[in-house]
Design a protein around this ligand. Structure first.
Ligand code: ATP
Length: 268
Protein backbone atom coordinates (compact mmCIF):
# COMPACT_ATOMS: atom_id res chain seq x y z
CA UNK A 1 0.00 0.00 0.00
CA UNK A 2 1.46 3.40 -0.93
CA UNK A 3 1.29 6.26 1.60
CA UNK A 4 -1.24 7.98 -0.69
CA UNK A 5 -3.78 5.15 -0.37
CA UNK A 6 -5.24 6.31 2.94
CA UNK A 7 -5.55 9.99 1.95
CA UNK A 8 -8.80 11.61 0.92
CA UNK A 9 -8.67 12.91 -2.63
CA UNK A 10 -10.45 16.29 -2.88
CA UNK A 11 -9.65 16.94 -6.52
CA UNK A 12 -9.07 14.23 -9.11
CA UNK A 13 -8.00 15.18 -12.63
CA UNK A 14 -7.76 12.49 -15.30
CA UNK A 15 -6.73 12.69 -18.95
CA UNK A 16 -7.06 16.46 -19.08
CA UNK A 17 -6.57 18.11 -22.44
CA UNK A 18 -6.72 21.88 -22.84
CA UNK A 19 -5.98 23.84 -25.95
CA UNK A 20 -6.36 27.26 -27.49
CA UNK A 21 -6.91 26.84 -31.22
CA UNK A 22 -4.20 24.43 -32.30
CA UNK A 23 -1.99 25.19 -29.28
CA UNK A 24 -2.29 22.21 -26.94
CA UNK A 25 -1.40 23.20 -23.37
CA UNK A 26 -2.21 19.95 -21.51
CA UNK A 27 -2.58 16.48 -22.92
CA UNK A 28 -3.30 13.43 -20.78
CA UNK A 29 -2.73 15.29 -17.52
CA UNK A 30 -3.52 13.40 -14.29
CA UNK A 31 -3.39 14.90 -10.80
CA UNK A 32 -4.78 14.21 -7.33
CA UNK A 33 -5.01 16.84 -4.60
CA UNK A 34 -5.33 15.43 -1.08
CA UNK A 35 -7.30 16.94 1.79
CA UNK A 36 -5.16 19.01 4.14
CA UNK A 37 -2.05 19.24 1.98
CA UNK A 38 -0.27 22.27 0.60
CA UNK A 39 0.45 21.25 -2.99
CA UNK A 40 2.92 23.38 -4.93
CA UNK A 41 2.41 23.39 -8.70
CA UNK A 42 5.56 24.35 -10.56
CA UNK A 43 6.75 24.31 -14.14
CA UNK A 44 8.44 26.49 -16.72
CA UNK A 45 6.73 29.60 -18.02
CA UNK A 46 3.77 28.75 -20.24
CA UNK A 47 3.50 25.11 -19.12
CA UNK A 48 -0.10 25.77 -18.13
CA UNK A 49 -0.13 26.17 -14.35
CA UNK A 50 -2.71 28.95 -14.40
CA UNK A 51 -4.75 27.23 -17.11
CA UNK A 52 -4.82 24.10 -14.94
CA UNK A 53 -6.06 26.14 -11.97
CA UNK A 54 -8.74 27.72 -14.12
CA UNK A 55 -9.77 24.38 -15.62
CA UNK A 56 -10.15 22.75 -12.20
CA UNK A 57 -12.26 25.62 -10.91
CA UNK A 58 -14.47 25.55 -14.00
CA UNK A 59 -13.23 28.84 -15.44
CA UNK A 60 -11.66 27.22 -18.50
CA UNK A 61 -13.41 24.61 -20.61
CA UNK A 62 -11.07 21.67 -21.35
CA UNK A 63 -11.14 19.89 -24.69
CA UNK A 64 -11.20 16.49 -22.97
CA UNK A 65 -10.73 14.73 -19.67
CA UNK A 66 -12.41 14.47 -16.29
CA UNK A 67 -12.19 16.75 -13.27
CA UNK A 68 -13.79 15.64 -10.06
CA UNK A 69 -14.02 17.93 -7.04
CA UNK A 70 -15.51 16.63 -3.77
CA UNK A 71 -16.94 13.77 -5.81
CA UNK A 72 -18.73 16.09 -8.26
CA UNK A 73 -17.84 16.09 -11.95
CA UNK A 74 -16.93 19.76 -12.53
CA UNK A 75 -17.43 19.76 -16.29
CA UNK A 76 -20.98 18.45 -16.21
CA UNK A 77 -22.09 20.00 -12.90
CA UNK A 78 -25.62 21.40 -12.81
CA UNK A 79 -25.94 25.09 -11.82
CA UNK A 80 -26.90 23.97 -8.28
CA UNK A 81 -23.89 21.66 -8.03
CA UNK A 82 -21.71 24.42 -9.42
CA UNK A 83 -22.99 26.78 -6.70
CA UNK A 84 -22.12 24.24 -4.03
CA UNK A 85 -18.63 23.82 -5.50
CA UNK A 86 -18.12 27.59 -5.50
CA UNK A 87 -18.90 27.56 -1.78
CA UNK A 88 -16.36 24.83 -1.08
CA UNK A 89 -13.38 26.40 -2.83
CA UNK A 90 -11.88 29.87 -2.92
CA UNK A 91 -9.63 31.30 -5.62
CA UNK A 92 -7.03 34.00 -5.26
CA UNK A 93 -5.76 35.34 -8.56
CA UNK A 94 -2.32 36.77 -9.11
CA UNK A 95 -3.15 40.46 -8.65
CA UNK A 96 -5.89 39.81 -6.09
CA UNK A 97 -8.49 40.57 -8.81
CA UNK A 98 -10.38 42.89 -6.49
CA UNK A 99 -13.17 45.17 -7.69
CA UNK A 100 -11.54 48.60 -7.77
CA UNK A 101 -14.80 50.47 -7.18
CA UNK A 102 -15.51 48.60 -3.92
CA UNK A 103 -13.78 48.90 -0.56
CA UNK A 104 -11.81 45.91 0.69
CA UNK A 105 -14.67 44.99 3.05
CA UNK A 106 -17.21 45.18 0.21
CA UNK A 107 -14.95 42.97 -1.90
CA UNK A 108 -14.86 40.35 0.85
CA UNK A 109 -18.64 40.66 1.21
CA UNK A 110 -19.21 39.75 -2.46
CA UNK A 111 -19.12 35.94 -1.96
CA UNK A 112 -21.08 36.31 1.28
CA UNK A 113 -23.98 37.82 -0.66
CA UNK A 114 -24.73 34.30 -1.88
CA UNK A 115 -26.06 33.51 1.56
CA UNK A 116 -29.51 35.06 1.53
CA UNK A 117 -30.08 34.67 5.29
CA UNK A 118 -27.18 36.93 6.24
CA UNK A 119 -28.19 40.39 7.41
CA UNK A 120 -26.00 43.28 6.19
CA UNK A 121 -24.62 43.64 9.75
CA UNK A 122 -23.65 39.98 9.97
CA UNK A 123 -22.17 40.07 6.49
CA UNK A 124 -20.05 43.02 7.47
CA UNK A 125 -18.94 41.34 10.70
CA UNK A 126 -17.96 38.15 8.86
CA UNK A 127 -16.02 40.17 6.28
CA UNK A 128 -14.16 41.98 9.07
CA UNK A 129 -13.32 38.62 10.63
CA UNK A 130 -11.74 37.40 7.40
CA UNK A 131 -9.89 40.70 7.00
CA UNK A 132 -8.28 40.24 10.41
CA UNK A 133 -7.71 36.51 9.79
CA UNK A 134 -5.35 37.34 6.91
CA UNK A 135 -3.45 39.81 9.07
CA UNK A 136 -4.79 43.06 7.65
CA UNK A 137 -5.37 45.94 10.05
CA UNK A 138 -9.02 46.62 10.84
CA UNK A 139 -8.99 49.97 9.02
CA UNK A 140 -8.00 48.24 5.77
CA UNK A 141 -11.65 47.21 5.38
CA UNK A 142 -12.60 50.81 4.56
CA UNK A 143 -9.77 51.30 2.07
CA UNK A 144 -10.04 51.07 -1.70
CA UNK A 145 -7.79 48.35 -3.18
CA UNK A 146 -5.72 51.08 -4.87
CA UNK A 147 -4.83 52.52 -1.45
CA UNK A 148 -3.18 49.27 -0.36
CA UNK A 149 0.33 47.98 -0.99
CA UNK A 150 0.73 44.96 -3.30
CA UNK A 151 1.18 42.67 -0.31
CA UNK A 152 -1.93 44.00 1.39
CA UNK A 153 -3.94 43.62 -1.82
CA UNK A 154 -2.91 39.98 -2.00
CA UNK A 155 -4.04 39.48 1.59
CA UNK A 156 -7.34 41.17 0.72
CA UNK A 157 -7.72 38.78 -2.23
CA UNK A 158 -7.07 35.90 0.14
CA UNK A 159 -9.65 37.25 2.61
CA UNK A 160 -12.20 37.21 -0.20
CA UNK A 161 -11.19 33.68 -1.20
CA UNK A 162 -11.72 32.60 2.43
CA UNK A 163 -15.06 34.39 2.83
CA UNK A 164 -17.19 31.25 2.65
CA UNK A 165 -14.85 29.08 4.77
CA UNK A 166 -13.75 26.95 1.80
CA UNK A 167 -12.12 23.56 2.19
CA UNK A 168 -9.54 24.35 -0.48
CA UNK A 169 -8.00 27.55 -1.75
CA UNK A 170 -6.34 27.98 -5.12
CA UNK A 171 -3.56 30.54 -5.03
CA UNK A 172 -2.02 31.78 -8.27
CA UNK A 173 1.50 33.10 -7.65
CA UNK A 174 0.70 34.55 -4.22
CA UNK A 175 4.20 35.91 -3.61
CA UNK A 176 4.92 37.24 -7.12
CA UNK A 177 5.83 40.91 -6.96
CA UNK A 178 6.28 40.96 -3.19
CA UNK A 179 9.55 42.00 -1.56
CA UNK A 180 11.31 39.16 0.31
CA UNK A 181 9.93 40.20 3.70
CA UNK A 182 6.37 40.46 2.36
CA UNK A 183 6.78 37.14 0.57
CA UNK A 184 7.97 35.28 3.65
CA UNK A 185 5.17 36.86 5.71
CA UNK A 186 2.73 35.50 3.12
CA UNK A 187 4.37 32.05 3.35
CA UNK A 188 3.81 32.15 7.11
CA UNK A 189 0.19 33.07 6.55
CA UNK A 190 -0.27 30.06 4.25
CA UNK A 191 1.24 27.80 6.92
CA UNK A 192 -0.92 29.28 9.66
CA UNK A 193 -4.11 28.83 7.64
CA UNK A 194 -3.22 25.32 6.66
CA UNK A 195 -2.30 24.34 10.25
CA UNK A 196 -5.08 26.19 12.06
CA UNK A 197 -7.96 25.62 9.64
CA UNK A 198 -6.84 22.35 8.06
CA UNK A 199 -7.17 24.16 4.75
CA UNK A 200 -6.07 22.40 1.57
CA UNK A 201 -3.94 24.68 -0.60
CA UNK A 202 -3.31 24.44 -4.36
CA UNK A 203 -0.44 26.79 -4.87
CA UNK A 204 0.88 27.85 -8.27
CA UNK A 205 4.29 29.38 -7.79
CA UNK A 206 7.74 30.04 -9.23
CA UNK A 207 9.02 30.97 -5.80
CA UNK A 208 11.45 28.38 -4.47
CA UNK A 209 11.45 29.95 -1.01
CA UNK A 210 7.68 29.50 -0.86
CA UNK A 211 8.00 25.86 -1.94
CA UNK A 212 10.53 25.16 0.79
CA UNK A 213 8.62 27.12 3.41
CA UNK A 214 5.10 25.85 2.79
CA UNK A 215 4.63 22.81 0.55
CA UNK A 216 3.99 19.22 1.61
CA UNK A 217 4.12 18.00 -1.96
CA UNK A 218 5.08 19.31 -5.36
CA UNK A 219 3.57 18.65 -8.80
CA UNK A 220 5.81 19.46 -11.75
CA UNK A 221 4.17 20.44 -15.04
CA UNK A 222 6.22 19.61 -18.11
CA UNK A 223 5.62 17.99 -21.47
CA UNK A 224 1.92 18.96 -21.30
CA UNK A 225 1.21 16.89 -18.19
CA UNK A 226 2.10 16.41 -14.55
CA UNK A 227 5.52 14.91 -15.05
CA UNK A 228 6.07 13.96 -11.44
CA UNK A 229 4.66 14.54 -7.94
CA UNK A 230 6.41 14.10 -4.63
CA UNK A 231 8.03 15.75 -1.65
CA UNK A 232 10.88 18.20 -2.02
CA UNK A 233 13.53 15.59 -1.13
CA UNK A 234 11.99 13.32 -3.78
CA UNK A 235 12.25 16.11 -6.37
CA UNK A 236 16.01 16.20 -5.89
CA UNK A 237 16.20 12.62 -7.14
CA UNK A 238 14.15 13.10 -10.31
CA UNK A 239 16.15 12.49 -13.45
CA UNK A 240 14.74 15.15 -15.78
CA UNK A 241 16.66 18.17 -17.05
CA UNK A 242 14.12 20.84 -16.04
CA UNK A 243 13.47 19.27 -12.64
CA UNK A 244 17.21 18.90 -11.97
CA UNK A 245 17.93 22.47 -13.00
CA UNK A 246 15.02 23.88 -11.00
CA UNK A 247 15.51 21.93 -7.79
CA UNK A 248 19.28 21.66 -7.70
CA UNK A 249 20.35 24.86 -9.49
CA UNK A 250 22.02 27.74 -7.63
CA UNK A 251 18.73 29.46 -6.66
CA UNK A 252 17.35 26.21 -5.26
CA UNK A 253 20.47 25.71 -3.16
CA UNK A 254 20.12 29.20 -1.74
CA UNK A 255 16.46 28.62 -0.85
CA UNK A 256 17.26 25.27 0.75
CA UNK A 257 20.14 26.69 2.76
CA UNK A 258 18.05 29.64 3.92
CA UNK A 259 15.37 27.30 5.29
CA UNK A 260 18.02 25.15 6.98
CA UNK A 261 19.55 28.24 8.60
CA UNK A 262 16.09 29.32 9.83
CA UNK A 263 15.38 25.89 11.27
CA UNK A 264 18.75 25.75 13.01
CA UNK A 265 18.28 29.23 14.44
CA UNK A 266 14.87 28.25 15.80
CA UNK A 267 16.36 25.14 17.36
CA UNK A 268 19.10 27.15 19.13
N1 ATP B 1 -7.11 32.73 -22.93
C1 ATP B 1 -6.06 32.25 -23.61
N2 ATP B 1 -6.05 32.27 -24.96
C2 ATP B 1 -5.01 31.76 -25.65
N3 ATP B 1 -3.93 31.22 -25.09
C3 ATP B 1 -3.89 31.16 -23.75
C4 ATP B 1 -4.95 31.67 -22.94
N4 ATP B 1 -4.63 31.48 -21.63
C5 ATP B 1 -3.42 30.88 -21.64
N5 ATP B 1 -2.98 30.69 -22.89
C6 ATP B 1 -1.72 30.04 -23.27
O1 ATP B 1 -1.63 28.81 -22.57
C7 ATP B 1 -0.29 28.56 -22.18
C8 ATP B 1 -0.25 28.30 -20.68
O2 ATP B 1 -0.57 29.50 -20.01
P1 ATP B 1 -0.51 29.64 -18.43
O3 ATP B 1 -0.83 31.06 -18.11
O4 ATP B 1 -1.32 28.60 -17.80
O5 ATP B 1 1.02 29.33 -18.15
P2 ATP B 1 1.79 29.33 -16.78
O6 ATP B 1 2.45 28.02 -16.63
O7 ATP B 1 0.87 29.74 -15.68
O8 ATP B 1 2.87 30.45 -17.10
P3 ATP B 1 3.60 31.53 -16.18
O9 ATP B 1 4.47 30.74 -15.25
O10 ATP B 1 4.40 32.31 -17.16
O11 ATP B 1 2.55 32.34 -15.47
C9 ATP B 1 0.52 29.77 -22.60
O12 ATP B 1 1.16 29.46 -23.81
C10 ATP B 1 -0.51 30.85 -22.81
O13 ATP B 1 -0.09 31.74 -23.80
Amino acid sequence: MSPEDDKEVLIRVRGLRTQFGTHVVHDGLDLDVYRGEVLGVVGGSGTGKSVLLRAITGLERPAAGRIEAFGTEVLTASPEERDRLDERWGVMFQDGALFSSLTVRENVEVPLRRIAELTPELRRALADLKISLVGLPYRAGDAAPSELSGGMRKRAGLARALALDPEIVFLDEPTAGLDPIGASAFDELINTLSDALGLTVFLVTHDLDTLYATCDRIAVLAEKRVLVTGTLPEMLEVDHPWVQEYFTGPRARLARDAIRTDTNTEAD
